[in-house]
Design a protein around this ligand. Structure first.
Ligand SMILES: C[S@@+](CC[C@H](N)C(=O)[O-])C[C@H]1O[C@@H](n2cnc3c(N)ncnc32)[C@H](O)[C@@H]1O
Ligand code: SF4
Ligand code: SF4
Length: 492
């Protein structure tokens, strides 16, 4: 299985033939092995549209990467949580960029990344301002990239105010995925989030501003759905302002046909210079986010794996390779070579087959279901769907809920890396313990005795007994060993 682990590291796979041979031996050499038609709750046609999009499919994010190009700096509204002037190269947060690009530079960067990052499947424009308000640059970038790399999926993110003006062009350009940020459907609540909007040549404030924004967001959503474009709705969860209200937002966007709802925690820090940062508005804890997400289950399908990326992020979700591709590092001229991306895709098709097969096998291998607890398990992974990262190297943990009913992904939690070869391990460890609130066990590829004992003292077990297992299968095996009951169903 060593070759598969090298895919799990998500560096460019170098020995596709070896990997296929290994899979053939295990009786799973074809991409049709397992459920290649996708999850049971999705039609095969829909699966085809999302299966390579790391944000629209939780399963795809183990294998595929996105990149954002920061060509849209201007914005037509103000949100109380956003300040695009504050920038830090080490920070992963929406609206943050190291350099703004013009469409020429963006095309060059996309080609350079596509040549180097074979996992790349999506090009997104998420600001740092608004992709629709800065439409001329968004459009030119997408049109030119599509000519060079026609199979790259195009994706944009907008507050929705200018969206209805461009829906027809969006459809003509085959942009299949659009994200609208909708934080409230009640203008009174919206007024606490948006101090002003700029619309129809003038600035609007207060409830009137939110009413206009809301009407335009809903109109844009309806127009996109009518053209069969997949819409993801982002909502920033702001405790005490719109947290309880997001249940209503979820219902409303479901009625209008949104495909996904992404409830994201407010990131708030006085140093960012935002209104909320300065007034001390806090963001929710991971457990508060989970509790809200659990309440809206049954409404619009939830995205739980969003990493709240920078507007110039590059790579697999959770890793950011943006600093490797700044303009000053790119060659004078670039030309697209599809070979590595093509090879990678064929390898992933095979590996996915095996992953699906392990789940099918686990379903078929049901043990008697007995009373056993519902637990949260945190997994250290570098991608590829495996438990393949050292505890001390994790910058985030993927969290799964496990019970006799199954294994379900519930979110990720970012942490400061424990081992950094310097001071600060104490602080990092305390942060990890706080972030892992509610988690009973950590599964990782390796963990030292010292951190393991310290975790145990605060009631968190840690184990590397399932190193390099597929994540869900590893969790299921761990659970079966601990509680004598195999989870009944494995869901991604
Ligand atoms: C930078 S925006 C770009 C797209 C567009 N301007 C918008 O707001 O939808 C990308 C996403 O990040 C969210 N965002 C920006 N600042 C945030 C913060 N401080 N905390 C949480 N989410 C934030 C926005 O609400 C939006 O959903
Ligand atoms: S709409 Fe987007 S870019 Fe504009 S202020 Fe809000 S979060 Fe920032
Ligand atoms: S911010 Fe969320 S939805 Fe956007 S690219 Fe990152 S993970 Fe995907």
């Amino acid at each position: 299985m060593a070759q598969l682990i090298s895919l799990g590291s998500l560096k460019a796979p170098t020995s596709a033939a070896k990997m296929r041979a290994s899979l053939a031996k295990s009786g799973c050499a074809s991409s049709s092995c397992g459920s290649s038609d996708g999850p049971a709750d999705m039609s095969p046609e829909m699966w085809e549209r999302v299966k390579d999009h790391p944000c629209y499919s939780e399963e795809a994010h183990h294998y595929f990467a996105r990149m954002h190009v920061a060509v849209a700096p201007a914005c037509n509204i103000q949100c109380n949580y956003c300040n695009r002037k504050y920038d830090c190269a080490n920070e992963s947060r929406p609206g943050v960029v190291s350099e703004r690009l013009d469409p020429d530079q963006a095309v060059k960067k996309v080609i350079a990344v596509a040549n180097e990052v074979p996992q790349l499947s999506v090009l997104g424009i998420a600001g740092p301002g608004d992709a629709c308000y800065d439409w001329r640059k968004t459009k030119e970038t997408f049109e030119r990239v599509s000519k060079e790399i026609p199979d790259l999926k195009l994706c944009l993110s907008t507050n929705g105010l200018a969206l209805p003006d461009y829906v027809d062009e969006i459809a003509d350009m085959a942009i299949d995925h659009v994200t609208i940020t909708i934080n409230a459907i009640d203008p009174e609540i919206g007024a606490k989030i948006y101090p002003w909007v700029f619309y129809d040549h003038r600035r609007w404030t207060g409830v009137e501003a939110s009413r206009i924004l809301l009407e335009r967001q809903m109109l844009g959503l309806e127009m996109l759905v009518a053209r069969d474009i997949l819409v993801k709705v982002n909502s920033v969860m702001i405790p005490g302002i719109n947290d309880a209200h997001l249940i209503e937002v979820n219902k409303a966007v479901k009625e209008k046909g949104a495909f996904l709802h992404n409830i994201m925690p407010l990131i708030s820090d006085p140093a960012h210079g935002t209104h909320f940062g300065l007034t001390g508005q806090r963001g929710p804890t991971p457990m508060e986010v989970k509790a809200l997400q659990d309440k809206v289950e049954g409404g619009t399908k939830l995205m739980r794996h969003c990493r709240q990326c920078r507007a110039d992020a590059v790579g697999i979700l959770g890793e950011d390779r943006g600093q490797e591709f700044t303009m000053d590092q790119l060659p004078e001229t670039v030309s697209y070579d599809p070979a590595r991306r093509e090879e990678y895709r064929s390898v992933v098709a095979t590996v996915r087959g095996e992953h699906a097969a392990t789940k099918e096998a686990a379903k078929a291998d049901l043990a008697e279901v007995r009373d056993a607890p519902v637990l949260l398990v945190a997994v250290a992974t570098r991608g590829g769907g495996r438990i393949n990262l050292h505890f001390g190297h994790a910058q985030e943990f993927q969290v799964f809920e496990v019970s006799p009913g199954g294994v379900t992904f519930v979110g990720h939690r970012k942490v400061e890396q424990y081992c950094h070869g310097g001071h600060g391990e104490e602080r990092a460890f305390d942060g990890i313990v706080e972030t892992l609130q509610g988690v009973s066990t950590v599964l990782c590829a390796k963990i030292g005795e010292a951190p393991k004992d310290r975790l145990e003292k605060v009631g968190i077990k840690a184990s590397d007994a399932h190193a390099f297992d597929w994540i869900e299968a590893g969790i299921a095996a761990w659970y079966a060993a601990e509680y004598g009951t195999q989870p009944a169903m494995l869901t991604a």
